[in-house]
Design a protein. Structure first.
Length: 285
């Protein structure tokens, strides 16, 4: 059975977030452990995080993720920002370990002013290696997320992600998160089974299936190859339901947890998107 869930907000408390996930019938989920748009990270209450971890397992949600700060930019040529990003990523990994999170998802960053892509990739690889070393053994696998090819994004192709995996060389601590909106925006046409099959072939020839750990299931407000990251409700965007049906029923993609990051613009939004994904998973066409 497909594991389907949503990104949860934890402002009302960790346990309340898990109760909401349980009410929605989630088998997986994602959270921020702090504000994603701030460097500040409040101290964690270890008793609460331990209880949260145990409760997630008790509810059958043992394959979930924390998303790291959006401010992290390991591709930046600015030494101060790069170093701050390394420190922030290391801290996020430690926090993920304290939560007992299996995965920490990160956008590695962008550099729109440099033409030497090899140099940018080496900088990102060095940053990730340093962050992993600083964090030590946390139990959380770091997932590099594919990006939409906006403004010098690093990791918008699976060829680049493969280079990063090789540069970092930490197979036991590293993986890939596939964002469907980002892939579509970057030029991967996944609107039907044929397109999903082509993407599967790319993954097989680059990062490899063992590296792929998680799917961010998002439709796209913008058309194919737009290079713009704008998430939309499932089947209300340019990818459409056949694309998601094909992903959910694909022998490789379908084994992965699918986490929705779709707009929360109504009280029923999460429930509607989850229900549609479940329907598509049950009806392979």
């Amino acid at each position: 059975m497909n594991k389907i869930g949503v990104h949860l907000f934890i402002q009302k408390g960790l346990e309340e977030a898990l109760k909401e996930a349980h009410r929605l019938g989630c088998q997986t989920f994602q959270i921020f452990s702090k504000s994603p748009r701030s460097w500040y990270a409040p101290a964690l209450n270890k008793e609460k995080t331990k209880r949260f971890s145990a409760m997630s397992v008790d509810l059958g949600m043992d394959s979930w993720a924390i998303h790291a700060s959006y401010l992290i930019n390991l591709a930046s040529p600015k030494p101060d920002l790069w170093q701050r990003s390394v420190e922030a990523l290391a801290h996020e990994l430690v926090r993920a370990g304290e939560y007992g999170a299996p995965f920490l998802v990160v956008h590695v960053g962008s550099s729109s002013t440099e033409s030497d892509r090899e140099k940018v990739l080496e900088r990102v690889g060095q940053g990730v290696r340093q962050a992993l070393k600083k964090a030590g053994e946390t139990g959380a696998t770091l997932l590099l997320e594919n990006m939409a090819a906006e403004r010098g994004d690093v990791g918008s192709t699976f060829e680049e992600l493969k280079i990063l995996l090789d540069l970092i060389d930490a197979k036991d601590h590293l993986g890939i998160c596939l964002d469907t909106c980002h892939a579509f925006a970057a030029g991967y046409d996944i609107r039907d089974a044929e397109g999903v099959g082509r993407l599967a072939g790319v993954i097989d020839q680059t990062v490899g299936w063992p590296s792929l750990k998680l799917v961010h299931a998002n439709d796209s407000k913008k058309p194919l190859s737009c290079h713009v990251d704008r998430h939309q409700h499932i089947d209300q965007g340019f990818i459409g339901k056949e694309g998601f049906r094909s992903l959910l029923n694909h022998p490789q993609f379908g084994r992965l947890p699918f986490v929705l990051e779709t707009p929360k613009d109504s009280p029923q939004a999460d429930e509607t998107n989850i229900s549609l994904l479940r329907h598509l998973a049950r009806n392979s066409g």
